[in-house]
Ligand binder design. Structure first.
Ligand code: GRF
Length: 186
């Protein structure tokens, strides 16, 4: 099963997905890593690790033209499922409709709590005892599609958003490959 990953930054979840795909007995392979940020560290990692990449900044382009270019790159790579991994751009309704039920995302909260940004600071401010990450299907509603799997971590008394983010991120790297594998086998 051919997976394309969209990212905008560090790419640690992308790397976890690629590494899991190479560990053997994995039902997916990552055939393309695409980014809206040509300087994203995740793109460099993908290149160094032998994964095909596509880098296209949307600057100066109409959104529809930018998305058409991304769509064409994904289709020419034969991508069947798109995994968003720190992709910081909202996909249009038209793009989501073209890939309906074939886009998943990882979000650093226990959805449906804390959609959007600053999830860890919000969880700490609310006095929550647990935080975590969720993998969900991408729909037109931001962070609103069906949840495929979640992983919990404790929030400790001295946590800052940074220490909590690091604890959650470790779980993301375990959760995302497992859920993506289940998803492509469905
Ligand atoms: C992760 O926390 C992910 O949950 C969120 O964006 C962050 C991406 O980190 N959607 P990385 O680029 O995978 O390291």
């Amino acid at each position: 099963h051919r997976v394309g990953i969209l990212l905008s930054g560090r790419g640690s979840n992308m790397a976890a997905l690629v590494e899991a795909s190479r560990a053997g007995d994995c039902p997916y392979e990552v055939v393309l890593v695409a980014s809206d940020k040509p300087e994203a560290p995740g793109l460099a990692w993908a290149r160094e690790n032998g994964v095909a990449t596509f880098a296209q900044s949307p600057k100066g382009m109409a959104k529809a033209d930018y998305e058409a270019a991304v769509d064409a790159a994904l289709r020419s790579a034969g991508v069947q499922t798109i995994a968003l991994a720190g992709y910081m751009r909202l996909l249009s309704n038209a793009f989501v409709a073209r890939w309906r039920d074939h886009i998943i995302n990882i979000h650093p909260s226990l959805l449906p709590r804390y959609k959007g940004l600053d999830t860890h600071a919000r969880a700490i401010a609310a006095g929550d005892a647990v935080a975590g990450a969720s993998v969900h299907i991408v729909t037109e509603q931001l962070d609103g599609g069906a949840v495929l799997g979640r992983s919990e971590v404790p929030i400790l008394p001295d946590d800052t958003p940074e220490t909590l983010a690091a604890r959650v991120l470790k779980e993301e790297h375990r959760l995302y490959p497992r859920i993506l594998a289940e998803f492509v086998r469905r």
